[in-house]
Design a protein around this ligand. Structure first.
Ligand SMILES: Nc1ncnc2c1ncn2[C@@H]1O[C@H](COP(=O)(O)OP(=O)(O)OP(=O)(O)O)[C@@H](O)[C@H]1O
Ligand SMILES: [Mg+2]
Length: 461
């Protein structure tokens, strides 16, 4: 069978790649979401502590003796120290004037509306910091004083934490990708499986099998199967038409050929001149060739038709072989050939009598035709495992080893057939018949002695 040459892409590959792409995008999204959430949580928790710290410093601010005093509570800075080993800075200013702490800390942003504090992320002393600034207004006789407390913390620990989370998030994303990729590959495989099942079931069929595909298929494949079934229906009709045409043509040709042969025979008896006799003999041979070909074509058409509609009965092959053999006995005896039948009653075989008889006739005819005069032709019926084997063996020169593999093809004749009349359809018919019965045909040469053997293997019922 020739392979399909015009292949454009693969559904499974395309589906797999698409699913892998989706899995990769989802894994990346998962990673980004985890990281964004983790960063938010880390920042919020740091901001909360910074705010608590700044508020507690601010609470300790008071005006004593006309000056603003701040008694920084121990807990205000230790709460920041507790959660990390980052460095902590603070600055207290009153009405914008530096009071205590780290004077160089970046300036606070004015707080947003309704907020009493503001946050910035900046740099200080070469390190990244997060800083909160909170403001409180203290009342004094000469007017209110605005005290601003800024507390800042480096971001080292937060970055380390985020790095750890990012490694875990990466493994999580990667694991998700691998799981989704495996599922994607399995999904792609199961999506194209029905196509494979359909292709297998069609390619497993024999050459004559043009039945509709009836196995259940997914809805998406229904148009394909409908088209395939219609195509097979059309093919079947066209094959039947051409078989019928061949049978009709062969039938119409046979009768005039028979008349022509009789006339040629009569003419042969009358003419005496050697060259005329030679021409007439040549003519008779040509008529015999045509007549044989017409007969074989007719038989082949009948066999092709019947193999589609087998008329099955229980058959005793020994009995059938014996009957067929008796029909050929007169012809064999004319050529001094002895037909011998051996075998004991085999298991019954389910089959079409007319077809099997026709196939067997062709093989016996071959044995008589291709084996030299005065030899025995053995027909045996035996049982081997699940097979009932009918073999016809002769004592001729056997098959030519170069031809043996192609002799069952239509119109194929061996190199030993030059001087015999024939059309190259006998073995084709025999093989089609045995295959239609679920069996097979075997051609071989006899071992140790010369001669050909043709064996039918029929499964027994
Ligand atoms: N018993 C045999 N011994 C040797 N060669 C054989 C034998 N049977 C068949 N062959 C070879 O196989 C070829 C094919 O046989 P097949 O019966 O198909 O065609 P055919 O005998 O040539 O023509 P026909 O269709 O008239 O039978 C023959 O031409 C012959 O060369
Ligand atoms: Mg033949």
């Amino acid at each position: 069978m020739s392979a399909v040459t015009n292949i454009s892409g693969s559904i499974r590959r395309r589906l797999t790649l698409q699913l892998l792409g989706i899995a990769a995008v989802l894994a990346a999204l998962l990673f980004i979401m985890v990281m964004t959430f983790a960063k938010q949580v880390a920042e919020e928790s740091q901001d909360n502590i910074l705010t608590a710290s700044a508020t507690s410093i601010l609470d300790s601010a008071a005006i004593q003796g006309g000056a603003v005093t701040v008694d920084i509570p121990y807990s205000a800075l230790s709460m920041l120290g507790n959660v990390s080993d980052d460095r902590v800075f603070y600055r207290v200013a009153a009405d914008g004037k530096f009071l205590t702490g780290y004077e160089g800390l970046p300036l606070a942003k004015p707080p947003m509306k309704q907020e009493s504090h503001s946050f910035i992320t900046s740099h200080y002393l070469g390190e990244s910091i997060r800083m909160v600034s909170a403001t409180r207004r203290l009342s004094y006789a000469s007017g209110p004083v605005e005290v601003t407390v800024s507390v800042a913390q480096t971001l080292k620990r937060q970055r380390e934490t985020l790095e750890r989370i990012s490694t875990s998030a990466f493994y999580l994303g990667f694991g998700f990708f691998v799981a989704a990729a495996v599922l994607g590959v399995l999904t792609a495989q199961s999506a194209v499986k029905p196509i494979q099942v359909l292709a297998d079931s069609v390619s497993r069929r024999g050459p004559q099998d043009l039945r509709e595909v009836q196995a259940p298929v997914p809805a998406e494949m229904a148009p394909l199967v409908v088209a395939l079934n219609r195509f097979m229906e059309r093919l079947k009709k066209s094959l039947t038409r051409s078989e019928e045409f061949i049978a009709e043509a062969a039938h119409r040709v046979r009768t005039p050929l028979a008349v022509l042969r009789t006339q040629a025979e009569i003419a042969l008896r009358r003419v005496e001149r050697p060259e005329n006799r030679a021409s007439l003999k040549e003519m008779i041979r040509a008529i015999d060739e045509s007549s044989r070909a017409a007969g074989q074509l007719l038989d082949h058409a009948m066999v092709s038709f019947r193999t589609d509609h087998l008329e099955v009965t229980q058959i005793d092959l020994l009995e059938l072989a014996s009957e067929t053999l008796e029909r050929h006995r007169p012809l064999a005896e004319m050529q001094d050939k002895t037909l011998i039948l051996e075998g004991s009653t085999p298991p019954l075989v389910l089959g079409d009598v007319i077809l099997i008889q026709n196939a067997l006739s062709n093989i016996i005819d071959n044995a008589i035709k291709y084996a030299p005069q005065g030899e025995d032709i053995m027909l045996s019926v035996t049982t081997k495992n699940q097979w009932v084997v009918v073999s016809v063996c002769d004592q001729g020169n056997g098959f030519n080893e170069h031809d043996i593999n192609r002799l069952t093809e239509r119109f194929s004749r061996g190199s030993n057939a030059e001087n015999t009349i024939g059309s190259g359809l006998g073995l084709t018919i025999a093989e089609e018949v045995v295959q239609a019965h679920g069996g097979y045909l075997k051609l071989s040469n006899r071992k140790n002695v010369t001669g050909a053997c043709v064996s039918f293997y029929f499964p027994h019922s």
